[in-house]
Design a protein around this ligand. Structure first.
Ligand SMILES: [Zn+2]
Length: 173
């Protein structure tokens, strides 16, 4: 079972490598990652967060009906993703990260983004995303470049979370 890596782990600051071939091993990794994401109740997970420095992330956003019924979302898989055409319109929302437990801060991001990637079968696709799904994609894609959402918050917010960040580093060392 893959285990979650936390803030302070150097792998989270590395630029991940492209996947050369999408094969059975890749599909196994995706299945394992989906398990970890579900267990941790996340909406997205990038491979470096489970100790694999490869360009792959997944996302699943469940929907809730007006009656409060939860409809499981589709598992989206992005391999060697390339993001482009960010909308000029930006939007702010509090973000968290499974690798930085307990911390949530406001992050500004474009409202829409286009992604070109390979799917779980190695087939290329291109799609435009908006709202929470777009935000999640941009957050996860940052992980592939060694970036974290706390790099995108105000200096004031960063100062405020300095202590909790140090505590996370210490706890998971
Ligand atoms: Zn994250």
């Amino acid at each position: 079972m893959l285990s979650l890596r936390y803030f302070g782990d150097p792998i989270l600051r590395k630029r991940a490598k492209a996947i050369e071939k999408v094969d059975e091993e890749t599909r196994q990794i995706v299945a394992e990652m989906a398990k970890v994401m579900k267990q941790q109740r996340g909406i997205g997970l990038a491979a470096p967060q489970v100790g694999l420095s490869i360009r792959l992330f997944i996302s699943r956003i469940d929907k809730e009906t007006n009656e409060g019924e939860i409809i499981p979302g589709e598992l989206l898989v992005f391999i060697n993703p390339r993001l482009s055409e960010p909308s000029i319109q930006e939007d702010v929302m509090k973000e968290g990260c499974l690798s930085i437990p307990g911390i949530r801060e406001e992050v500004w991001r474009p409202e829409e983004i286009t992604v070109e990637a390979l799917d779980i079968n190695g087939e290329p696709f291109k799609k435009r995303f908006s709202g929470l799904q777009a935000r999640c994609i941009m957050h996860e894609n940052d992980h592939l470049n060694g970036a974290l959402f706390i790099d995108r918050i105000t200096i004031r917010a960063r100062t405020r979370i300095e202590q909790p960040l140090r505590a996370i580093k210490k706890k998971y060392k």
